[in-house]
Ligand binder design. Sequence first.
Ligand SMILES: Nc1ncnc2c1ncn2[C@@H]1O[C@H](COP(=O)(O)OP(=O)(O)OP(=O)(O)O)[C@@H](O)[C@H]1O
Length: 290
Amino acid sequence: MKLELSDLTKSFGDFTAVDHMNLTMTNGVYGLLGVNGAGKTTLMRMLCTLLRPTSGHITCNGKDIFKMDGEYRNLLGYLPQEFGFYPDFTVQDYLLYIATIKGIRPAVAKKRVKELISQVGLTKSSNKKMRKLSGGMKRRAGIAQAMLNNPHILILDEPTAGLDPNERIRFRNLISELSEERLVLLSTHIVSDIEYIANEIWLMSDGKIVRKGTSDEIINSMPEKVWKCFVEHSLVSAIMKRYKVSNMKSEPQGVALRIISSEKPFPEAVWVEPSLEDVFLYYFGEKVGE
Ligand SMILES: Nc1ncnc2c1ncn2[C@@H]1O[C@H](COP(=O)(O)OP(=O)(O)OP(=O)(O)O)[C@@H](O)[C@H]1O
């Protein structure tokens, strides 16, 4: 499976949400990381043929996805950021209903729904009404609906939004499991959601991919260094005006700061290994603040 984006652009009036993007994806997990408004959903909606590009092309194994029609939709599973889940349907009925919409034969659908309910860990809740599920369970039902047609391409828009830490971990494991022999693209603005499961991470800002690579490659690409030091409370605001501070924590010795700077900020500062979160804050610090 190969998806190629060439010079892909989407504008709304004179605002460009996706800006001349060129990318290639094959099987594996791609993590699209960016702050709110970076253009992630716009990109994903184009990849699902729900939105036409202003210019440029998306091809799947060499064919224009907008000309493939049903052939492409059969390859695709999509979990939108907000998905309609019919609150009074049970999990099982909801999935059977979506299977009907997707044109899956009833006998096949019944078997597939049962398998998927088990795979996403909802067997005990299969007769529960959708509105009674927790946020994490709803998202798992959402993944199951995206997987009904056993898609080769799985696109998940902010699948971990609103999940608690346990649900996040469970979700990450599920996505890793589903990614075998499949192309999975998932968007998030939470670094830890993709740090360990994405084969390739894309940092997106203002409609462009500003960095891409494995987690290690992205970390190593950061031009500045990360320093750790302890300072008195009274100095913190002056330091924050002067340096990019990726984290601060009150500790008995004072305030522990992680400072991103090409030079040693204080004689007592020690150089520490950067994390992907430092890199994210390095590129998007002000935007995260906004
Ligand atoms: N239909 C539209 N008309 C006008 N502007 C739009 C439209 N859809 C998106 N935008 C704008 O395009 C930009 C990118 O939006 P998009 O939803 O793709 O970002 P995002 O990275 O998915 O953000 P979030 O994490 O908040 O979902 C935003 O500034 C948004 O306001």
